[in-house]
Write a protein that binds this ligand. Structure first.
Ligand code: C5P
Length: 209
């Protein structure tokens, strides 16, 4: 069974994907890390994020195990990733890797922006996870406060709005739910409530398989 989970920045899709993967014993790929790693490669090379040729070369040679995950997950890298992810050749170069991951025997859980629409249009279960921008900013703020002891709510909210706009308005693979995705608005749900709701969706799919 392939479970595709898409949604905007800080919607909680990553946490949900991880929990669903653990629940079903499936491998999980956070596809945002791929775009973050491409961006980090350019920054380490001292190149501008707008250097499409260098971004493509980085995507083609990508080996996720070579990167420090904490560095990839920093707020700055999310913003940087949304710049390189708008290049179609970069997306094409990462497609194969994602599809191979999804094709593992038994299935997989993938989360990102275009899993249900582009990477795995045939996925058995598709979820599109959303929450209001303010709620997502509150969650990210809490997480950064816990991890780093300091965070600026207004700056986080502005970053989330900027990334939403960039991800939704780009020409290639814009952020939008697949027609057959189930929308899950987690604004009023805590992590356990969101997990129970997601599990109910997947169980409904499984009962029909
Ligand atoms: O999910 P995460 O915040 O790690 O993603 C970082 C950026 O990578 C997103 O803002 C988006 O521009 C890009 N991305 C994408 N397609 C995916 C996953 C991430 O374009 N499947």
């Amino acid at each position: 069974m392939i479970i595709a989970i898409d949604g905007p920045a800080a919607s909680g899709k990553g946490t949900l994907a991880k929990r669903l993967a653990a629940h079903y014993g499936l491998p999980h790929l956070d596809t945002g890390l791929l775009y973050r790693a491409v961006a980090l490669t350019l920054l380490d090379q001292g190149r501008p994020l707008t250097d499409e040729g260098a971004a493509l070369a980085a995507a083609k040679a990508l080996d996720l195990s070579r990167f420090d995950e904490a560095r990839l997950r920093g707020a700055a890298m999310g913003e940087a990733a949304s710049v390189v992810s708008a290049f179609q050749p970069v997306r094409d170069a990462l497609l194969d890797l994602q599809r191979r991951f999804a094709a593992q025997p038994g299935g997989a859980v993938l989360d990102g922006r275009d899993i249900g629409t582009v990477v795995c249009p045939g996925a058995e279960a598709k979820l599109f996870v959303t929450a209001s921008a303010e709620e997502r900013a509150r969650r990210r703020h809490r997480e950064l406060m816990e991890r780093e002891g300091a965070a600026d709510y207004e700056a986080i909210l502005a970053d989330i709005r900027r990334r939403d706009e960039r991800d939704a308005s780009r020409q290639v693979a814009p952020l939008r739910p697949a027609p057959d995705a189930v929308l899950l608005d987690t604004t009023a749900l805590d992590a356990d409530g969101a997990f129970r709701a997601a599990l109910a969706v997947v169980e409904r799919v499984r009962s029909r398989m």
